[in-house]
Design a protein around this ligand. Structure first.
Ligand code: FES
Length: 171
């Protein structure tokens, strides 16, 4: 880890206790692992069997909204309103085809499109709802498991899973 000093015991199977409590190590772990290039499981499709099913999840502090849209497609959004960034959905899970922000009542459909907002006459000329969809992290699915990542660099883990899938398909 860059700039982090940690004295390791003689026996390499003994993890230094400070590794579990030091804030600088935790911050580096968050940066390099959870907000880095690795994939992280965030949901399994069995959790969202029906159109409109959703769950919320925090990936190391990043709020996500994972849902199956009205056409059955699983989508992952940041759980943050595209207006002022307020938390959009507060429930842990449920079934909805629309999400209404509790702050100024912007309404989003299950595909993340801004479907409506109160008092549109108060907005500047040229305001276009199509410019304000929910933001999405990169995500992908593999054997029903949905994972999210912050960069495009491929993960070794994901490659191993992909190779296994190809081998299984050829068995
Ligand atoms: S922050 Fe969501 S509607 Fe304003």
């Amino acid at each position: 880890m860059t700039g982090i000093k940690l004295s390791w015991p003689k026996n390499y199977n003994e993890v230094p206790k400070e590794a579990f409590v030091r804030e600088d190590i935790y911050a580096e772990e968050v940066k390099r692992i959870f907000h880095g290039t690795e994939w992280h499981p965030i949901a399994h499709e069995s959790e969202l069997p029906n159109a409109g099913d959703f769950k919320t999840y925090r990936l190391s502090g990043v709020p996500l909204l994972i849902g199956r849209d009205v056409e059955g497609v699983v989508r992952v959004f940041y759980n943050a309103c595209s207006h002022r960034g307020n938390q959009l959905e507060t429930a842990v899970m449920g079934n909805k085809t629309e999400f209404e922000c509790p702050y100024h009542r912007w309404l989003f459909d299950s595909k993340g499109n801004l479907a409506g907002c109160p008092n549109p006459r108060e907005f500047l000329p040229g305001f276009n709802k199509a410019d304000y969809p929910l933001a999405q992290p990169r995500f992908d699915s593999f054997l029903g498991l949905f994972s999210s990542r912050s960069h495009q660099k491929p993960s070794h883990y994901w490659h191993i899973l992909e190779i296994r899938r190809i081998r299984c398909a050829n068995c």
